[in-house]
Structure formats: structure tokens, C-alpha cells
Design a protein around this ligand. Structure first.
Ligand SMILES: [Mg+2]
Length: 399
């Protein structure tokens, strides 16, 4: 009798272990075996962006204030992040992943999804593929990675978190329900502190409890959309799509207002946030652009764009914001309520260190200080998401 053909895909999630700290330990043998905390330096405000496993033994964690980390282990090696170094290592790792399969999607500087379906003839079972991924990364870079492999992205990601560091966890479709059951609901995707509180009030701590809770009750407290999402996840359903990155022509972000905006202060703040998003994406991808584009849509779908080519490419949010704001003020745009505002950069000068135009700033920074500030911001946001840190752009609408 023929068995029904397996229809699912195999998705792998790769997560480099204590990535920033490991890069430093690789470059400096004297740091190996020692607690290393990358981020702000003791005596300064700021947080730890990454801690080596030796540092974690002292309870040092990422997102912890550096003062607290210092209190826990004054002998730790405290280092400023060197994002250029980490990006170089990251690029190397991604090149290695592409020797496994071209279907690689970067999730962050140290995480990737791979579609490893159909590689059995070439590389063997999912377990063998996982070991091969880890082996190639280690021999090529000296870094260790944790890998999870399962039928979709959620299970793969939870798999890579399951055993760390240097872990490998394979979850077959048959194992998915048992694998998920004892997990804290906090491990599911898209669960913020608010939702966590709601689950707490409902007495739902594990995925198993979530699974048995009536959907109508979840909907009542979480809303239809969120309830459906968590319910699906509790049963192990998630996307198995891996989208390899294409070389992009531009990076842009836009926002649509719920109601048309007349207030320049609101537009100023929105544009500032968008510029920060654009700059961060550009820095993550090692891109600097010299063309800044402003997009404005007024009521009635009337859309205008304005562009300005800077003398020097940039990936600095203040420079992008300032240029965009000047385009807004000086672009001879109609004085009408604004429905949508967006900003973008293009005109790449790839992998060139950006020269920031100090004269565009109200308070010019030395180039080196500036790079350091941006790197710290990137190191923190790479790990904890945006909104944690933002550069201060003076709140003025007439500049
Ligand atoms: Mg990692």
C-alpha cells in the first residue's frame, strides 16, 4: 500500500549564539572564556546589547542597564559595539547559508530562515542538514549557531530557541503538538506585554491551556484577529514561506493618517520616525543613499513627490529627516490637509562609509562620535526592536 505523500515543507531557522559577544571573542582570544558584555560602557547610561554565555552565568542579559551588569560582574569585559565588524561576519555567514540553499531569508543580522525542503538526496535527513549548516558556519567563521528545523517558521524558530548555545532541534509534523504543549504562551509570536497580561488574567500560561480555552472567550478579550492568530499558533499552524532577499532599489517608509492632518508638528514627528526607520534599514543592509525622496498625499488622492540629491550619501536619520523636511517646507506643495506622508532614500553607494554632512545638523557631531552613536542605536534596535532609542532631532517646524 502506498503511503500518502508528505506535503509539508522543511523550514530551518538559524540563530547565531551571543553573536556580537562571540565576534569579539573570536577576534580577541584573550576574551575567550571570559564574561563579555557588548553595549554601553560602565559609567554611561545605556544597556547591554549582547552578553556572552560566560556573562549570562552572572545574570547579565541583553537589555539590562549596564550599571546593573557592572554590579553583577565588575570583572566582565565591557565593549562598545562595532557594527561594521558584525556586519562583515554576518555577510560571511549568509554566504555560507547560500551554499546550502538559495532560499535564505534574513530575519536579522544574526538570524535566518532557510527552506531546506527537497535537500534529502543532497544532504540527508533534516537532522543531517541541520548539522551541516552548523558545521559549515563553524568551519567558515568560528561562530556557533543554534538551529531549529520544523514544518513551518514558527516551529523552526521555537526549535532554534529550544537548545542554546550550539543547539540543534528537529521537530517533525507529528511532534508539533507535543513540542508546543508545555511551552509558555510568551514564546508565541506577536505577544506583547498587554496580551501577556490578558493571558495572565485568563489563567492561560501554557500553549496547552491556550489550546483548550474556548475561542469565543479569547475573542472576547483579545479581539477576533489576535485570538485567531494565537489559536492557530497553539495548534502549530504558521507560514512556511521563505522569501529570499532581492537587491532593493530604494528603501522607503510611509504612513497613512487616520484623519487628514493640518498640523505641521504632527507631520514633523511622523517624518522623523519614518526617517529613523529608513536609516536603520539602510544601515542594516550596509547601504548609503544620496537621493532623498519625500512623498505626500493630500485628500482626494492627490500625490506629490519631491527629490533632492545630496552631495554625499548617508544612512543617518538626522540627515535624511532634515533633507525631507526641507523638501516639505521648500517644495512648493499645496497647503492642504495631508493624508499620507513618506520618505525614502536611493542612489546607493554600497558599503562606503557614509560621510555625514555636519553642516546639516544643528549640533554637529564629530564623525567618529556620530558613527559610534549610530552603532549603539543599531546594536540595541537589532536586538530589541525599534522605539527603544531615537536620536534627538530638535522639535522645530520652521527649520
Ligand atoms: Mg542570536
Amino acid at each position: 500500500m502506498r503511503r500518502p505523500q508528505q506535503k509539508h515543507r522543511w523550514i530551518a531557522h538559524m540563530d547565531l549564539d551571543a553573536f556580537f559577544a562571540s565576534c569579539e571573542q573570536l577576534e580577541h582570544p584573550e576574551y575567550r572564556g571570559r564574561p563579555v558584555a557588548v553595549g554601553a560602557l560602565p559609567g554611561h547610561r545605556g544597556v547591554v546589547a549582547a552578553a556572552s554565555y560566560e556573562a549570562r552565568k552572572f545574570g547579565i542579559r541583553s537589555a539590562m542597564p549596564v550599571s546593573e551588569a557592572y554590579r553583577r560582574c565588575p570583572d566582565a569585559v565591557f565593549l562598545r559595539p562595532d557594527m561594521e565588524k558584525y556586519r562583515r561576519a554576518s555577510r560571511q555567514v549568509f554566504q555560507i547559508l547560500e551554499t546550502i540553499t538559495p532560499v535564505v531569508e534574513a530575519a536579522s543580522i544574526d538570524e535566518a530562515y532557510l527552506d531546506v525542503s527537497g535537500l534529502d538526496k543532497l544532504l540527508g535527513t533534516p537532522g543531517e542538514i541541520g548539522r551541516e549548516i552548523k558545521r559549515r558556519i563553524f568551519t567558515g567563521t568560528g561562530l556557533t549557531a543554534s538551529v531549529g528545523i520544523g514544518p513551518n517558521r514558527l516551529i523552526a524558530k521555537l526549535g532554534s530557541e529550544y537548545r542554546k548555545p550550539d543547539g540543534l532541534t528537529v521537530i517533525t509534523p507529528e511532534q508539533v503538538l507535543d513540542f508546543l504543549a508545555p511551552m509558555p504562551v510568551a514564546n508565541l509570536r506577536g505577544l506583547g506585554p498587554q496580551t501577556q497580561k490578558i493571558f495572565g488574567r485568563l489563567g492561560i500560561r501554557t500553549v496547552e491551556q491556550l489550546r483548550t480555552a474556548p475561542l469565543s472567550r479569547l475573542e472576547e478579550h483579545l479581539g477576533k484577529k489576535a485570538a485567531a492568530s494565537f489559536h492557530r499558533q497553539a495548534f502549530g499552524f504558521a507560514s512556511d514561506e521563505v522569501v529570499p532577499e532581492r537587491r532593493r532599489k530604494s528603501i522607503s517608509k510611509e504612513t497613512t493618517f487616520a484623519a487628514d492632518v493640518r498640523d505641521n508638528d504632527v507631520l514633523h514627528d511622523a517624518l522623523r520616525g519614518l526617517a529613523a526607520d529608513v536609516a536603520r534599514t539602510a544601515r542594516r543592509e550596509g547601504l548609503s543613499g544620496s537621493v532623498v525622496t519625500l512623498k505626500i498625499r493630500f485628500e482626494g488622492f492627490e500625490t506629490h513627490t519631491r527629490q533632492y540629491r545630496r552631495d554625499t550619501p548617508t544612512h543617518d536619520e538626522r540627515a535624511i529627516f532634515k533633507t525631507a523636511w526641507q523638501l516639505f517646507l521648500g517644495g512648493k506643495l499645496p497647503k492642504k490637509p495631508v493624508r499620507l506622508i513618506g520618505v525614502g532614500i536611493s542612489g546607493w553607494e554600497e558599503d562606503q562609509p557614509a560621510v555625514t554632512q555636519a553642516d546639516l545638523f544643528d549640533q554637529p557631531l564629530e564623525k567618529e562620535d556620530n558613527q559610534r552613536v549610530l552603532q549603539t542605536i543599531d546594536a540595541v534596535t537589532e536586538k530589541f526592536g525599534k522605539g527603544m532609542l531615537q536620536l534627538g532631532v530638535p522639535r522645530k517646524t520652521d527649520s
